[in-house]
Write a protein of this length. Structure first.
Length: 304
């Protein structure tokens, strides 16, 4: 059978929260089968735990925020994307503050940490959620949708009236049966505009942002000396975010996602809408590797 997976050992790192600006200690730990991904506030009494599930999302302004019983953890999407990309079902995530550290603004550092900790199979079948019928949400000119597909792929498009975006790719279609998450997606960084900095900080956001952890764009150009990592890094990062938000379904999705100008809010609404319609999905397992959709066979190989 295709088995669930967790970490072989614990691993620790420190960083800064992009929105709070606080220093954060992060510890990734193994977890038993069927635990799922669970965030724990190591700085609070009792180390309160918050399951990484869509129904625990309480805020989506500039990040995906989980909360349970008054304890919250923000900016979980990049780490969740890394968990998905390496096929990890079960893990504890200890954070010493209310936000996961931003690292370099992508999922690449988290991928490195997970690979260093090692990945091991567990004596339980991995469960997938297969999309059985289209589910879609629209909000003005923004839209997201899931549709049946024998694998996993993510399509995304963005629109910005800005010189930088006129010179870069604004659409991406990523079929994970053909594309490596680790090589082609994980390194795409978050981005922001200098014109928005003051408003963000007045709202208590972006206080830890810098050229070290985000692509920063002024009125005319990218300010980062090294430029972009990919021609389509902006839209590819939006796809990376979507992958992390979709993994809050609790299991990998077998299906096709497409988003246009969407963000964490619509992504979360889409996952909730899917889960609330019992006719829109089914839970499946696979006994043999040959039966596994190519997208997930690739993920198994990347994490080997």
């Amino acid at each position: 059978m295709i088995r669930q997976r967790t970490l072989k050992s614990s691993i620790k790192a420190t960083g800064v929260g992009v929105h709070t600006g606080h220093k954060v200690t992060l510890v990734l730990r193994p977890a038993a089968p069927d635990t799922g991904i669970v965030f724990c506030r190591s700085d609070l009494p009792g180390n309160p735990a918050i399951a990484a599930r869509a129904h625990n999302v309480v805020d989506t302004r500039m990040a995906t925020v989980l909360e349970k019983d008054g304890a919250r953890v923000s900016t979980v999407e990049h780490l969740m994307s890394a968990f998905f990309g390496l096929g990890i079902d079960n893990a504890y995530v200890d954070v010493s503050a209310e936000e996961v550290p931003i690292m370099d603004g992508s999922a690449a550092t988290f991928v490195f940490l997970l690979q260093q900790a090692g990945i091991e199979s567990q004596a339980a079948p991995r469960r997938y959620l297969r999309v059985l019928k289209p589910v879609a949400i629209e909000q003005g000119d923004k839209r997201v949708g899931l549709a049946p597909y024998a694998g996993f792929k993510v399509g995304f498009s963005i629109e910005f009236r800005h010189p930088v975006f006129e010179q870069s790719e604004t659409t991406v279609d990523i079929d994970f049966g053909e594309v490596s998450f680790v090589k082609e997606v994980a390194r795409a960084r978050t981005f922001g505009f200098t014109q928005d900095v003051e408003a963000m900080r007045n709202a208590g956001l972006g206080r830890g942002g810098s050229l070290d952890n985000a692509i920063v764009v002024d009125d005319f150009r990218v300010l980062n000396a090294e430029g972009l990592r990919f021609d389509d890094e902006f839209v590819k990062h939006k796809a990376l975010d979507a992958v992390g938000d979709l993994y809050l379904a609790g299991h990998p999705l077998i299906g096709a996602f497409r988003g246009h100008k969407s963000g964490h809010a619509l992504n979360n609404q889409l996952v909730r809408a899917l889960l609330e319609d019992a006719s829109a999905w089914e839970e499946v397992t696979f006994d043999e590797a040959r039966d596994l959709p190519a997208a997930f066979a690739n993920i198994e190989l990347q994490a080997a």
